[in-house]
Design a protein around this ligand. Structure first.
Ligand code: GAL
Ligand code: ZN
Length: 665
């Protein structure tokens, strides 16, 4: 039977006598799967080679009697004290040379050979033992890879690996010197052994070295994952491997990771705080990571941890309002989750996460949250069976790039400019018009999209230039933005032609000058209406491009701020500043007016509409993220799906309709 709902379960936190009550309650609620054991190393191997798998066997068997399958995590995000006592060199070292000690989690260096040996021993035994169990359906390697490793690890092992990675990338030290521009500040190297990890310096860093370090760290985390995944696949070939990613977390490229997974998973905590742009309105901020994770494989994904009550460690978030938990779960499903696993089953009484609340409170007595979630599961499961596997087919793609993000972390230009914040300008404006978006990685085939928005294409390659050119030539609508074509992929500035480089004829312009908007912004005029450009102005000199909006203040008043150029069968837009929200909304209106692009529905702010394909039709979700009742005008061809609210939508209400696919009315 296909799985729709589950919970993250830690039976080792509770007396055995309670387990059966838990299993019974889970079954009544509609729980079909648990994830377990990703933090249980000290209970499963209390001393080297002394495996105590029995209690977990029992838990799996008991849950199976209640129709509940198991996903098991490898416990490498928290190596036990006996390992650290024996091999203290496993603990990671930060950029200032300080060791991150035992006592929390993620106190591990992912390069360390002693740690790899411990992992190999444990994961092999674990996989061989549980791989035979038919109730174990899949694996998760580690937990939220990249989490807590703020600047990753600067220990000698990591440095050694970095040198090997560089040797492989550049072949010779002369090549590295060239690609890193080491003539500056006397950084020339005679051999790879002289190259250091970029630890805290007296002053500044080499941007090319920093970019390679970030690439290396992403590759290291990927290698750490694959090292374990290979052991698991060999021991238990019939089971899936997934990973609980964290939306836009940046330490490892999730595109690369997803290539090694059977499907992607994501942890969704609307009340927590991850890396989203805090200025974006809430609903868009919650939706974006879901769309992003879907984009890692363009396939349905799982939520491996979905908020189930109040979040918190030392401080706490708000109590979810009545309806909000079910709304958030529905949002995950609406954006492509085929299964939702709630974190955690019961609020724990011990440890760091005593206040990260679960489905059940500390007392274990079901309360409001568990009643709401139970109702949510019973109501949504039949619907999920209908659209399982189905996805939306967005006409707009947003190109997302870890490399561009890294480059702007290294040199943000403006203290408040972030890559993700800039990307969110576009996402948010499209979201607010209920225009579905697909995130794509750099280099991916773009031909299926009517619009491609590629923000901050700062690091440029001839391949990317050729791809963008061909896309427009063949009739695509391309949106490029400020700081396009500034650098080579090794983070050295281009010098062979004026900005934006080779794409100047596609865009019909050059950018001879720019202005960093420190402590100010710039007025923008579009057809007589006033808007603001933020953080940055590229000063555009049109060479065929038509200005849509112009700057209306500063010494460059009258200079184009947004342009469009016809090229081949398509059009290329250039947005020379970071748009404020009203300007971005105006820009999306231009997208609608100038093409076949249409919103799914017009709704009040923070009432979201999205859809999934289901057997040639569409299932439309209308999600009210506000505390007020909201009117929504439902199209005549949409029929309500039983069990969900209708319009007007109650506070935090969820309405679901079946209707023709967008554009097939
Ligand atoms: C997630 C993590 C869980 C738990 C939860 C609450 O990031 O995967 O293990 O820590 O947050 O803090
Ligand atoms: Zn290290």
């Amino acid at each position: 039977m296909a799985i729709s709902f589950g919970v993250d379960y830690y039976p080792e936190h509770w007396p055995r006598e309670r387990w059966e009550t838990d299993a019974k309650l889970m079954q009544e609620m509609g729980v079909q799967v648990v994830r377990m054991a990703e933090f249980s190393w000290s209970r499963l191997e209390p001393r080297e080679g002394e495996f105590q798998f029995g209690w977990l066997d029992d838990a799996i068997a008991l849950l199976a009697r209640y129709g509940i399958s198991t996903i098991l995590g490898t416990p490498t995000a928290a190596p036990p004290a006996w390992i650290i006592a024996r091999n203290p060199e496993i603990q990671p070292v930060d950029s200032q040379g300080r060791v991150r000690h035992f006592g929390g989690r993620h106190h591990d260096c992912q390069s360390n050979p002693a740690y790899r040996a411990h992992i190999k021993r444990y994961v092999t035994a674990f996989a061989e033992h549980f791989g035979k169990n038919p109730n174990v359906i899949g694996w998760q390697v580690d937990n939220e890879l990249g989490n807590s490793h703020e600047d990753l690890c600067f220990c000698e092992e990591c440095e050694k690996r970095f040198r090997l990675w560089l040797q492989e990338r550049y072949g010779s030290i002369e090549e590295l010197n060239r690609h890193w521009g080491t003539v500056f500040w006397s950084q020339g190297y005679n051999s790879f052994d002289e190259v250091f990890a970029p630890r805290m310096t007296a002053s500044g860093h080499n941007p090319s070295q920093m970019l390679d370090w970030k690439r290396f760290c992403s590759d290291l985390v990927l290698d750490f994952h694959n090292f374990q995944a290979e052991i698991l696949r060999k021991a238990a070939p019939g089971k899936f491997i997934t990973h609980n990613m964290m939306g836009f977390s940046d330490k490892i490229s999730y595109f690369d990771l997803a290539d090694h997974l059977d499907f992607s998973s994501h942890d969704q905590y609307p009340g927590g705080h991850f890396q989203e742009d805090p200025n974006a309105p809430r609903a868009a901020r919650l939706a974006a990571p879901l769309d992003f994770i879907r984009g890692t494989k363009h396939r349905p994904f799982w939520i491996m941890e979905q908020q189930s009550s109040i979040t918190g460690w030392g401080d706490m978030g708000r109590a979810p309002r009545p309806g909000q938990l079910a709304l958030w779960a529905a949002q995950s499903i609406a954006h492509g989750a085929d299964a939702v696993v709630f974190f955690r089953w019961r609020t724990c009484t011990v440890g760091t996460e005593q206040y990260w609340h679960g489905v059940l409170p500390h007392s274990g007595v079901p309360g409001r949250c568990s009643r709401e979630l139970s109702a949510c599961m019973h109501r949504a499961a039949p619907l999920m069976a209908r659209h399982r596997g189905g996805l939306p087919k967005p006409k707009v793609a947003i190109v997302f790039s870890y490399e561009q993000e890294y480059a702007f972390q290294i040199q943000p230009h403006h203290p408040e400019l972030t890559y993700l914040g800039h990307v969110m300008t576009y996402y948010r404006a499209l979201f607010e018009r209920n225009i579905p978006v697909e995130f794509v990685r750099e280099g991916e085939d773009l031909s299926g999209y009517e619009w491609v928005v590629a923000p901050l294409q700062y690091l440029m390659t001839p391949q990317k230039e050729a791809q963008f050119r061909a896309y427009v030539e063949n009739g695509g609508n391309l949106v490029l933005t400020m700081r396009t074509g500034v650098k080579h992929e090794d983070n050295l500035c281009m010098d062979n032609q004026p900005l934006p480089g080779a794409l100047h004829d596609v865009l019909g312009l050059t950018v001879p000058e720019y202005d960093c908007l420190r402590e100010t912004d710039v007025q923008v005029d579009w057809g007589g209406a006033r808007y603001r450009g933020l953080k940055w102005s590229d000063l555009v000199e049109p060479q065929g491009a038509k200005p849509l909006a112009v700057y209306a203040s500063e010494f460059y008043a009258g200079t184009p701020a947004i342009t469009v150029n016809e090229y081949g069968k398509g059009r290329a837009y250039y947005v020379a500043t970071e748009m404020d929200a009203p300007l971005a909304a105006r820009f999306v209106q231009e997208m609608v007016d100038s093409s076949a692009l249409r919103p799914l529905l017009d709704t009040p702010q923070d009432v979201e509409v999205c859809y999934r394909e289901a057997g040639g039709k569409a299932v439309y979700f209308v999600l009210n993220h506000t505390a007020q009742e909201q009117p929504v005008e439902i199209p005549a061809g949409w029929t309500p799906v039983e069990g969900f609210d209708g319009a007007p939508l109650p506070p935090y209400g969820v309405a679901v309709y079946e209707g023709p696919l967008p554009g097939e009315a």
